[in-house]
Design a protein around this ligand. Sequence first.
Ligand SMILES: *[C@@H]1O[C@H](CO)[C@@H](O)[C@H](O)[C@H]1NC(C)=O
Ligand SMILES: *[C@@H]1O[C@H](CO)[C@@H](O)[C@H](O)[C@H]1NC(C)=O
Length: 142
Amino acid sequence: MTNLFLVSVLSILGMALTSNAATTYTVGDTSGWDISTNLDTWASDKKFQVGDALVFQYSSSHSVSEVTKQNFDSCNTTNVINTYSNGNTTVPLTKPGARYFLCGNKLHCFGGMKLQVNVEGDDQASPTGAPQTQPDSSLPRP
Ligand SMILES: *[C@@H]1O[C@H](CO)[C@@H](O)[C@H](O)[C@H]1NC(C)=O
Ligand SMILES: *[C@@H]1O[C@H](CO)[C@@H](O)[C@H](O)[C@H]1NC(C)=O
């Protein structure tokens, strides 16, 4: 009985971990899309997949613009792909690849208010990405 229970719990857990269930990420969590949020840190431990969505929540002094990589790097807000300013913006991640977002206020962008997400496809391995290694080699072996 106990073993059966354990096995089913583990298999449910396994399915949950490996399924492609869509995740909705609130950018910056409770801090939101803000100049004070460390967006690099926020994004660094997340794995974005096709079907997921980003929710940007921000005050009226901010906006969200999606731009090209080139314009992202230079905080160029002249030509944007999309721009949003309603304070509560959901952006679905519909295809694999990198997406670039910044605040429409150039100064905020230069201050670090920009976010790159790398969206992974359902059935392809990520082309890049640093492998997460555990520093277990420092542990003494018996
Ligand atoms: C910004 O990008 C546009 C085209 O995307 C370009 O024409 C313009 O020169 C760029 N501005 C700066 C300051 O780089
Ligand atoms: C933001 O929009 C979503 C639906 O798009 C809604 O469920 C949510 O309550 C809204 N949040 C705020 C803070 O307005």
